[in-house]
Design a binder for this molecule. Structure first.
Ligand code: BGP
Length: 483
């Protein structure tokens, strides 16, 4: 029993939360560059993926400040990646998930030729990873569509964006395909409904008609783009694999009252819609009906149905942080989760940000997904954001993080023992980086501490936390030694 030989262990990053160098090397503005750190806003407000207006975007772009726009500076991974990769190799990583910033290759998204400085950066990054025995797992779109596309036509709402994404993807496969054989199309593709601007470049005040319709239109365009680049990858690199990526928001009924169970079933249907399309190859009839009842029509074009059916992904990946419950009671107490607001589960503890900690939920999620699709799975995000304290002698004792991972790994291994085919695990994030939802770095996820505060003050020095050495041991034993 236990994890198979060749199981991939590592960590996950996103360009917009780690690279920094937002206006260097020919990179164009991305939607993440206008994400503002708001000290006065309670980061547990689940809608911190705030929407933007043309005015707030213009104000942000007129301001070259980087203190209150933390994603512009990240943790300077753009300049420090060799040092960070060496630390990941020291932990024994066999895989590292990163993303390619579209606007580093195509600054406005519409250029005919890529920016060669952007190409050079990623070529060196992937080559260095390979040199260290770390396999790249690369996300093509991770919360950073070019801002120019958002301002032009709400990016993914416009069907023309599919062709631009195909051009960007073809460049990535042509220039990096000899170094990268594991790909993901869209990070948490289901999230576009919850944060249209972050995922889809949709500026809601400029949307004609229903915002929800615009989101499902944009989501359909991303489904088509994902299937199209899956076909492209298989034509160019037959041995390489394309995965989809889901926010696994596993939800339990808050009570055994049949209404709570039915409400939970309806919620999970819309959650699984994305994997049903990307892994199953078609929109399920019940999901289409549920959307139709809400007045939402999917803008199918001739050829879409066949493309989706003929080019499903090779594996299913997902982020897992917490679980939620669903209740039909309007007065049910709610708590935030990863970009969502769910009903509190009285049996589970919560992090300081309100995310409910549920290791068993990871086993439930793995079994649910494998049962439903029978395709290999990959956990590409899992971790605990906490405030870490530096001791007098520069140490960081994070037993709470070790406990979180230990309990989640135990359940992950139980799912594998029950027969789930799990290819690998990348923690979110192996090094402290900028939070997607709150733009804080003080919500620390890493096994490696970064000396930087929420406004960017600090030396940027990297320090190994206690969990660094624990994870190193777990990897060396392929999960057998979790003590
Ligand atoms: C997921 C994103 C990641 C990461 C993670 C943690 O939604 O895919 O980019 O940010 O959430 O959330 P946060 O950074 O908001 O704490």
């Amino acid at each position: 029993m236990g994890l198979p030989d060749g199981f991939l262990w590592g960590g996950a990053l996103a360009a917009n939360q780690a690279e920094g160098a937002w206006n260097e090397g020919g990179r164009g503005p991305a939607v993440s560059d206008v994400a503002k750190y708001r000290p006065h806003v309670d980061p547990r407000e689940y809608a911190v993926h705030h929407q933007h207006t043309l005015e707030s975007i213009a104000a942000a772009m007129a301001d070259d400040d980087i203190a209150y726009y933390p994603k512009r500076r990240g943790i300077d991974f753009y300049h420090r990646y060799r040092e960070d990769l060496a630390l990941f190799a020291e932990m024994g990583f066999s895989v590292l998930r990163v993303s390619i910033a579209w606007s580093r290759l195509y600054p406005t998204g519409e250029e005919l030729e890529p920016n060669e400085e952007g190409i050079a950066f990623y070529l060196d990054l992937f080559s260095e990873m390979r040199r260290l025995g770390i396999r790249p797992l690369v996300t093509l779109s991770h919360y950073d569509p070019p801002l120019a596309l958002a301002l032009k036509n709400n990016a993914w709402v416009d069907r023309g964006t599919i062709a631009l994404f195909e051009r960007f993807s073809r460049t990535c496969f042509e220039r990096f395909g000899h170094l990268v054989d594991l790909w993901l199309s869209f990070n948490e593709i289901d999230g576009i409904i919850r944060h249209p601007f972050t995922s889809g470049g949709i500026i809601d005040e400029t949307v004609e008609g229903s915002l929800e319709q615009a989101c499902y239109t944009a989501l359909h365009h991303q489904f088509v783009a994902s299937a199209s680049v899956t076909r492209m990858l298989h034509e160019m690199w037959p041995e390489s694999e394309m995965g989809c990526m889901l926010t696994m928001l596993t939800t339990y009924p808050n009570t055994c009252h049949p209404d709570d169970v039915a409400a939970t079933q309806a919620k999970e249907r819309l959650l699984y819609l994305c994997t049903d399309v990307q892994a199953g190859g078609a929109y399920p009839r019940l999901a289409l009906k549920a959307l139709e009842v809400k007045g939402i029509a999917i803008p199918f074009v001739d050829g879409d149905v066949e493309l989706l059916r003929e080019h499903p992904v090779d594996y299913i990946s997902f982020s897992y942080y917490m679980t939620l419950t669903e209740s039909v009671r309007p007065d049910a107490e709610r708590t935030p989760g990863n970009t969502v607001l769910g009903v509190k589960n009285p049996f589970l503890p919560s992090s300081e940000w309100g995310w409910q900690i549920d290791p068993v939920g990871l086993r439930i999620s793995l079994i649910d997904l494998y049962d439903r699709y029978g395709k290999p799975l990959f956990i590409v995000e899992n971790g605990l954001g906490m405030r870490d304290e530096l001791t007098e002698d520069g140490r960081i004792h994070d037993p709470y993080r070790i406990d979180y991972f230990r309990s989640h790994f135990a359940e992950m291994i139980r799912a594998v023992d029950e027969g789930v085919e799990l290819r690998g695990y990348t923690s979110w994030a192996p090094i402290d980086i900028i939070s997607a939802s709150s733009s804080q770095i003080s919500k620390r996820y890493g096994f490696i501490h970064v000396d930087q505060d929420d406004l960017g003050n600090g030396t940027g020095e990297r320090r190994r936390k206690d969990s660094f050495f624990w994870y190193q041991k777990v990897i060396a034993s392929n999960g057998a030694d979790l003590a």
